[in-house]
Design a protein around this ligand. Structure first.
Ligand code: ADP
Length: 591
């Protein structure tokens, strides 16, 4: 649904719910075909008129513009002219003609669908690669009648993700091929626990009716079944986009006869999955002309007017759009420095040999080094803080507010400078902003700040501990998921062994984390950090790990289970029992 329509519905929800009689309204909406008799039943089953009206509005919020228009018309027909007037503002915008094209060639339907699906926006400076986009879109049309896989493959940084997102920025594709919407997942290099986390997040995102709100899937197999069920019943003919997949085993979790677009460095990742497979190869080198276009957009000059160095810069960048963008944004600031930046690019001070690929990324390292060195010292420090973020993780503003003790507006304003310089990327979804770096940029940053990494991790942890000294993060906070997933990792990287033990042996933490995400990730952390935990207290680690393995499924499944009670029923010599006693004593004075 159009963002503005949704916003108006939400703003006027109370007034609408107070007055409308849902049964009359629903008659119109059923005959318009925008709600089903089953959905009508869910509304009718509510006890009071107010509840029924609220349920109906909730239903409409999850639907498209047609449902909104139908609701608006129904209000008019049923004599609720005042209420319809509250929503009238939207009738003058592009709500009835969802195919109307906005200034940048994108309809509001496309905008809303991509935003809801978490598809990244175009980079600040963008050139279209029409042939490749068309290649991908042709494959999409092949998915119209049949489920299957489209794989876009090529070297890191060659523009696969940007192309995948661009191919979706098309009204007809979304309407005809993927009426169930599109859902983007940044996968990256994962182990099983990491994949489970990603799957849990995806399931939560898709489960808008909160059918499964009681508990997250406990393992990858269960997540796969849940995903299949959600897609079959709530999102038929949707597209999942799995960005930057490294390993073929990851795809097994998505081998559920749905439509999937995969981007990967390695075409063989789909060898083991079943169904139709369609491949698109992206050359590691951006066409020379496209490189020139990127530079021309940055410096605001026609391609033919660019100096000869521009051609050499593209050659030195090996046609990498990432490198060309970095140099472009430097040139925007200093338009006379063509020769200087070309000389720097040829400098080759970085001799990084990447194990993961035969391709060399020296040009990228040079360009990154130039861009980071140009930052003012105080701002550079903020940028260096990104060295501690794990690959393929998008960080919500709120985490950075805590890290830097800043208001979100100030964080967002400051980070815009990095975004403009192509040093950082930002996904905006409504009010929330998520920041991330390209893998190759993160490689550069961690390499450059290698010696400071433990201190940088420690800074993030101590800021967390300051902010959450008395309470734990809860799901309504946008930074909540981040901490439950990565706090232990940061502690381990910071060599904060005592803090890590205190965290993983804490009943409050175990209770919250298992309730929100199930026990699997926590058990994984006990295994992963075994060496560190054993140095502090081997018996406690063994006892807790055993305790979680035996009881974890209960904790994840049942929010009524009392963790401390469970701990107290462990044998007296168990570390879990001792911690439970201590915990119970500490809590006693608070009741
Ligand atoms: P990959 O997925 O292949 O690793 P991305 O699609 O993430 O690569 O692209 C890396 C970066 O290159 C982008 O963040 C952007 O800065 C730049 N880039 C890629 N494609 C384009 C494009 N068509 N126009 C402008 N810049 C691009």
């Amino acid at each position: 649904m159009d963002e503005r329509a949704k916003s108006l519905l939400l703003q006027n929800r109370a007034a609408l719910a107070k007055d409308i009689r849902s049964s009359y309204i629903m008659d119109h909406m059923i005959s318009d075909g925008v709600i089903s008799p089953q959905e009508e039943e869910t509304v009718k089953n509510k006890a009071t008129q107010l509840d029924r009206a609220n349920q109906l509005i909730k239903l409409i919020l999850g639907k498209d513009n047609h449902a909104f228009v139908s609701f608006y018309n129904a209000l008019l027909h049923e004599g609720y002219k005042d209420l319809a007037a509250l929503l009238k503002e939207v009738s003058s915008i592009d709500i009835f003609g969802t195919g109307k094209v906005s200034a940048n060639g994108i309809t509001s339907y496309v905008k809303t669908t991509l935003c809801e699906g978490g598809v990244p926006q175009r980079p600040v400076v963008f050139v279209s690669r029409k042939n490749l986009v068309k290649d991908i879109q042709d494959r999409f049309y092949q998915l119209m009648m049949e489920s299957g896989w489209v794989v876009v493959y090529g070297m890191a940084g060659c523009g696969k993700s940007v192309l995948a997102a661009e191919a979706l920025r098309d009204h007809s594709i979304l309407k005809e091929c993927f009426p169930g919407g599109v859902h983007w997942l940044s996968v990256g290099k994962q182990d099983k626990a990491g994949l489970l986390m990603k799957l849990q997040n995806l399931c939560t995102r898709l489960d808008q009716d909160c059918k499964y709100s009681q508990r997250p899937p406990l393992n990858v197999e269960e997540a796969r079944d849940r995903l299949r069920h959600l897609i079959m019943h709530s999102y038929p003919r949707c597209l999942l986009i799995l960005d930057d997949v490294w390993d073929s085993w990851v795809l097994k979790a998505f081998d559920i006869q749905c439509r999937v677009l995969v981007t990967s460095r390695d075409r063989s990742v789909i060898d083991t999955v079943s169904g139709m497979k369609l491949l698109v190869h992206v050359d590691s080198e951006l066409e020379h002309q496209k490189g020139l276009e990127i530079l021309s957009l940055y410096v605001d000059q026609k391609v033919e007017e660019l100096p000869k160095e521009a051609h050499h810069i593209i050659q030195e960048s090996k046609g990498s759009p990432l490198v060309v963008s970095l140099i472009g944004s430097l040139l925007r600031e200093f338009p006379s420095r063509w020769a200087f930046y070309l000389k720097q690019l040829k400098n080759k001070q970085f001799k990084r040999i990447r194990k993961s690929s035969s391709y060399d990324y020296e040009a990228l390292d040079e360009a990154m080094s130039m861009s980071v060195d140009r930052l003012k010292d105080n701002v550079k420090e903020y940028y260096n803080d990104f060295s501690v973020i794990e690959k393929d993780v998008k960080v919500p503003t709120q985490v950075l507010c805590i890290l830097w003790d800043m208001e979100s507006e100030d964080v967002e304003d400051m980070l815009q400078e990095f975004v403009n310089k192509s040093l950082l990327y930002c996904d905006r979804n409504g009010k929330s902003f998520l920041y991330y770096l390209h893998d190759l940029q993160l490689d550069f940053l961690t390499e450059r700040n290698r010696n400071q990494l433990p201190a940088l991790h420690a800074k993030l942890v101590s800021q967390y501990l300051k902010r959450y000294s008395h309470v734990l993060p809860t799901l309504d906070q946008e930074d909540c998921t981040y901490w439950y997933h990565y706090l232990a990792y940061h502690m381990a990287q910071a060599n904060m062994q005592q803090e890590l033990c205190a965290l993983l042996f804490s009943f409050d933490w175990i209770k919250s984390k298992t309730r929100l995400f199930g026990p699997a990730h926590l058990i994984h952390e006990f295994v992963h950090y075994q060496n560190i935990l054993d140095k502090q207290d081997m018996k406690a680690r063994e006892d807790f790990q055993e305790f979680l393995s035996v009881n974890g499924h209960l904790l994840g499944q049942n929010s009524h289970i009392n963790l401390v009670q469970l701990g107290l029923s462990e044998p007296n010599e168990s570390a879990v029992y001792k911690h439970a006693v201590r915990h119970a004593r500490e809590k006693l004075p608070q009741g």
